[in-house]
Design a binder for this molecule. Structure first.
Ligand code: UDX
Ligand code: ADP
Length: 470
């Protein structure tokens, strides 16, 4: 039998991965009808909103959705109908780190994947290709296959593929348009390879064939964890060196530049920071740690665990530097935190370093003024309430104020802390900010973003990550 030519795609999960990925498939494959379904009605309503007030901020995404929505791209809460109609289903639901039970704090919570898989098995009346898109531990595809096979109806076969997504938030659309590679894992059976060819044919509408890699199921699953772990490891390595730089007078930017010039190393992912965040790095490394422990490989587990520990250390070290520099106390002082998202060009706050910094400042009883260009106020309150379980939200609100601009947030502050590398923070009128701050006025640059010498000339005292204070 020749590989199935897919004409109807369903994506279960309209989040940061499923939404942009399947919107781009719709754009690049006008002959395919794409439905993105989610149980979260508010999220689907936002995807369908008349003014394109989409639930995710991602440069270029609105333009893609404007071109396809209502043509061959549909957003719906009707998951059942979507399953019935589709030839190929992406499972792109959330897989957070488990909060309780076996593997709590490390293992991925696969409850959402399992529920979605069971629903596919229950509802489907025709054969489907089921594609695991969420980041999951190795061998999840095998569990999905067992569930599907145990519950399928006669004449209804399921082929499972792993197709991890490598897009980074903030650049999702350009990453999807020009991916370094598309990775598809399948069973190495004739049916498995045919299913793989069907999915590869979708990507081949815009991705060069040599960039579509087809591998075994387990290799595909492990490659996703490995890629994120190795990217995060580079950041932890450079952050570890940033501590040495601060203590010795070296400049981490210069060190990283010199190191990255080595063609074997390359310049990317060597930017020292206040710590990596995002929904993937920490989660995937902890997954790898859990996997290594389950495989009785404690040395491997502790090697990877250290990458996350270094990240925690970096955040702690930065908040301690703020306290130490402000004469060993920030109690009652006004601290401005610029940026709440985990990186620039996204409204996503998952594992954002800003949350940890603000939690530390609150525990020192400082007053915190926050400004972020994209993160919703309600999200900031939600994250802070979760990060500070011993404080009531009312008490948090007595210590934290959310502002509409960097200038407004900095008025009467003793220190400005840059937590996210938003471009607009580079372009702030720093002389104006200085005028309205208490003196001495401090800037703590956790992102190597601003020109420290220029700020120092204005009168600021500047502490940059990976450099001695000036
Ligand atoms: C990451 C992977 O890059 C992507 O391939 C995968 O699909 C999902 O996880 P994402 O988390 O969206 O993507 O963003 P990324 O650009 O990787 O940044 C992650 C964190 O590392 C951010 O907090 C960022 O600010 C930080 N970072 C990144 C650094 O501190 N220094 C760097 O040099 C690069
Ligand atoms: P990611 O960053 O991996 O895309 P998100 O949390 O942004 O993760 O999105 C996952 C989405 O999956 C959420 O909007 C959630 O409501 C949705 N979801 C979870 N389980 C199901 C399910 N069984 N059916 C439909 N949607 C689901």
């Amino acid at each position: 039998m020749a590989p199935l030519k897919v004409t109807k795609v369903l994506c279960i999960g309209a989040g940061y991965v499923g939404g942009p990925t399947c919107a781009v498939i719709a754009l690049k494959c006008p002959h395919i009808t794409v439905t993105i379904a989610d149980i979260n009605k508010a999220r689907i309503d936002a995807w369908n909103s008349l003014d394109f007030n989409l639930p995710i901020y991602e440069p270029g995404l609105e333009d893609v959705v404007r071109q396809c929505r209502g043509r061959n791209l549909f957003f719906s809460t009707d998951v059942v109908k979507g399953i019935k109609e589709a030839d190929l289903i992406f499972v792109s639901v959330n897989t957070p780190t488990k909060k309780s039970g076996v593997g709590a704090g490390f293992a991925a919570d696969l409850n959402y994947v399992e529920l979605a898989t069971r629903q596919i098995a229950e509802v489907a009346t025709t054969s489907k290709i089921v594609v695991e898109k969420s980041t999951v531990p190795c061998r999840t595809a095998e569990s999905m296959r067992t569930i599907l096979e145990a519950n399928s109806k006669p004449n209804c076969r399921f082929d499972i593929l792993s197709n991890p997504e490598f897009l980074a938030e903030g650049t999702a659309i350009s990453d999807l348009f020009n991916p370094d590679r598309v990775l598809i894992g399948s069973l190495q059976t004739t049916e498995g390879k045919d299913a793989c060819a069907s999915l590869a044919a979708i990507y081949a509408n815009w991705v060069p064939k040599e960039n579509i890699l087809t591998v075994g199921l387990w290799s595909s699953e492990l490659s996703k964890l490995a890629a994120n772990a190795m990217l995060a490891q580079r950041i932890s390595s450079v952050n570890a060196l940033s501590a040495i730089c601060e203590a010795t007078g070296a400049n981490i930017d210069e060190v990283a530049h010199a190191v990255g010039y080595d063609s074997r190393m390359g310049p990317k992912f060597l930017k020292a920071s206040v710590g990596f965040g995002g929904s993937c790095f920490q989660k995937d490394i902890l997954n790898l740690v859990y996997l290594s422990e389950s495989l009785h490989l404690p040395e491997v587990a502790s090697y990877w665990r250290q990458v996350v520990e270094m990240n925690e250390y970096q955040k702690r070290r930065f908040s301690k530097r703020v306290v130490d520099t402000l004469f060993n106390t920030i109690t009652g002082k006004q601290i401005t935190v610029l940026g709440f998202a985990f990186k620039a060009d996204t409204g996503d706050t998952r594992e954002s370093a800003a949350i940890t910094l603000i939690r530390d400042f609150l525990s020192e009883r400082a007053f915190v003024n926050v400004y972020d260009p994209k993160v919703e106020e309600s999200q900031i309150w939600y994250d802070l309430a979760e990060a500070c379980p011993t404080m009531t939200l009312d008490n948090i609100k007595k210590q934290v104020k959310i502002h509409k601009s960097a200038l407004e947030a900095s008025k009467n502050a003793e220190a400005v802390v840059i937590a996210t590398e938003w471009k607009e923070f580079k372009e702030i009128d720093w002389a104006e900010v200085y005028k309205h701050m208490k003196k001495p006025a401090f800037v703590f640059d956790g992102r190597l973003l601003v020109d420290a010498d220029a700020l120092s000339k204005i009168g600021f005292k500047v502490a940059t990550i990976g450099r001695p204070s000036i």
